[in-house]
Design a protein around this ligand. Sequence first.
Ligand code: PLP
Length: 368
Amino acid sequence: QLKPLEIPSRLLLGPGPSNAHPAVLQAMNTSPVGHLDPAFLALMDEIQSLLRYVWQTENPLTIAVSGTGTAAMEATIANVTEPGDVVLIGVAGYFGNRLVDMAGRYGADVRTITKPWGQVFTLDELRTAVETHRPAILALVHAETSTGARQPLEGVGELCREFGTLLLVDTVTSLGGVPIFLDAWGVDLAYSCSQKGLGCPPGASPFTMSPRAVEKLQQRRTKVANWYLDMSLLGKYWGSDRIYHHTAPINLYYALREALRLVAEEGLANCWQRHQKNVEYLWEGLEDLGLSMHVEKEYRLPTLTTVRIPTGVDGKAISRQLLNEHGIEIGGGLGELAGQVWRIGLMGFNSRKESVDQLLAALRQVLP
Ligand code: PLP
C-alpha cells in the first residue's frame, strides 16, 4: 500500500526549477474550470497582456505554450523554419546546441557561429556572420544556463533588419530576472519557461512572435511540421476565434497568471534590480569563501552563476551534501563544463538575501 505523497522541502538554488511563491501554489490549488469557460478565457487574456509587459513587447501573438521551455523553443523553430532555410545559430553553450539539433530536424540549412563556453558574441562578430551566411533566421541564447553568460542584444535586431533576417532569442533563464526589451531590441521570436525567473511550476511556457515573424508564417510554402505547436492553429485558440485546440493545463495557467501578477505588483524594474542586488551579494560571499566565478563580471547573469570547482574538490560530493544535509539543491556543470563548475541559480521568489545566507552558511560547513 502506497503512502500519501511525501516530498522533502528543498531550497532550489540550481539552474531551475526554482521554488514557486506560496501564492502561486495556492492559485494552482483552485478547482479547474473548462478550457472554454469565459472565466478561463478572461484569464488567458490577462496572461497575454502580462507576458507582453514582462517581455516589453506589443506583439499580438504572445501566448503560453502548454509544455516546458523546450516546447516553446520548438514552437519558435517549427513555425518559421522551412526546409532549406538558412538558420544561423550562436553556440556558446549547451542550449545553443539544442537549437542546432532542433532546427536541423525541421530541415533547416544550419550554420553556426561559436565561442568558448562562458563567452558572448560581439556585435561585430555577429555582423560578419550574418553578412557571410545571409540567414533567414539568426538564433541566440540571451541567458545561456549552461555557462551563466548573458548575451548582449543591443543592435542585433537592427543588424537583422538590414539583411531581412528574423531574430530568434531564448529567454528561458532571463525572463523576469534580467532586463529584456524585445521590441526595442527588434527581437522577432522569443520563448521562455515558467519555472525560473517567474517562480512558477514548470509546464506553461511563454512564446511570442512579431508581426514580421507572423508574415513569414503566413507565407510558408509548406505546413508547419508540428501540429501541436502550429501557431496558425494555436493562435486561433488564444485569439478572438477561441477555437478548441487542446485541453489546456488549466491549473498551470492559474499559477502562471498569479506568478506574472506578482511580478507586475513588484514592478518589472524592481524585480530586475532585486535579482541584480542579490546576485552581487552572492558573488561577494562566494569570493570570501575563496571561490571564483567562470564568467567575466560584465557578462554574468543575475539569475545563474557558474562557480569554478576548486582543484582537488569533489564537486558532486559537495552538491550531494548540500542536498542531503541542508536541503539545498545546486546544479553541476553541463556538457563541456561538466565536472568543472557548480551552477547556482537565484531566480524569481528565490532571489532573496535569506536564500544566499542559507547557501553560504551551508557551503562554509561542507567545503573542505
Ligand atoms: N533554454 C535554456 C537556456 C534553458 O536553460 C532551458 C532549461 O533549463 C531550456 C531552454 C529548456 O527548458 P525546459 O527544461 O523547461 O524544457
